[in-house]
Design a protein around this ligand. Structure first.
Ligand code: 13P
Length: 257
């Protein structure tokens, strides 16, 4: 039995509007009432983080509020961006960094992602969820573990052991995101176990045992329980299925022990 509390995040990407997001947020909050054995977070589009803080705050809910990204600089001339302290000021407490769409659609590299990780962790109120994962081409070339290792080592460069209780890893194979193709539980477990070994090499085995590693990529109510049942899979980061309250709540239920 894992000592790590499962975590399920709903990444809404650029879906929902103010009212549809509020309604979805209320549905998640109501469905999570009384659930203490799973940590749940929603990651609305950045424009709606503060309005969602109103929804979660009003219901006095334990559902965490997250941001999908932030910029590494604290302030200044960076048009269109938002700093980690501004994200925290909008009452988000978790920030995704290095999501595959940031890496492969927007073009972020490991150096920028590392600066973001450090900027998020520099804010005591924020938890950083570093996302990693291989492309289909890399997988077919047998590079899954190599890619994960290099993204972990580069992304976590300079992270202090004292910050690790505010770090979560999300392994999301790029070819599984939004495609309906999921890693088999065995393949996902193998990748997670290797990630934990790398975390052990970086921070020590005890620390590595305490860090949650989530799986993401076409997680649905029908496959969540088997994935989350693997010893090194500590929950999930959910895209499409998090936009339907019923499905997201069923996935949260699947993470319960
Ligand atoms: P899907 O669940 O839609 O595959 O998206 C996964 C994801 O990218 C979560 O961050």
């Amino acid at each position: 039995m894992s000592v790590r509390k499962p975590f399920v995040g709903g990444n809404w990407k650029i879906n929902t509007y103010l009212e549809t997001g509020r309604a979805l947020g209320r549905e998640v909050v109501a469905g999570c009432e009384g659930i203490d054995d799973v940590e749940v977070a929603i990651f609305p589009p950045i424009a709606y983080v503060l309005p969602m803080a109103g929804v979660l705050g009003k219901a006095d809910s334990k559902v965490l509020l997250g941001a999908q990204d932030c910029y590494p600089e604290p302030e200044g001339a960076f048009t269109g961006e938002m700093s980690a302290s501004q994200v925290a000021d909008c009452q988000a407490t978790v920030v995704l960094v290095g999501h595959s769409e940031r890496r492969h659609v927007i073009g972020e590299d490991d150096a920028l992602i590392n600066r973001k990780v450090l900027a998020v962790l520099a804010q005591d109120a924020l938890t950083c969820m570093l996302c990693i994962g291989e492309t289909l081409e890399q997988r077919e070339a047998g590079q899954t573990d190599v890619v994960n290792e290099s993204q972990l080592r580069a992304g976590l460069n300079g992270v202090s052991p004292t910050q690790l209780d505010r770090l979560i890893i999300a392994y999301e194979p790029v070819w599984a995101i939004g495609t309906g193709r999921t890693a088999t539980p065995e393949d996902a477990q193998n990748a997670h176990a290797r990630c934990r070994e790398v975390l052990g090499e970086l921070f020590g085995p005890d620390q590595a045992q305490a860090i949650r590693i989530l799986y993401g990529g076409s997680v649905k109510p029908g496959n969540a329980r088997e994935l989350f049942g693997q010893p090194d899979i500590d929950g999930g980061l959910i895209g499409g299925a998090s936009l339907k309250g019923e499905d997201f709540l069923a996935i949260i239920e699947a993470a319960r022990s």
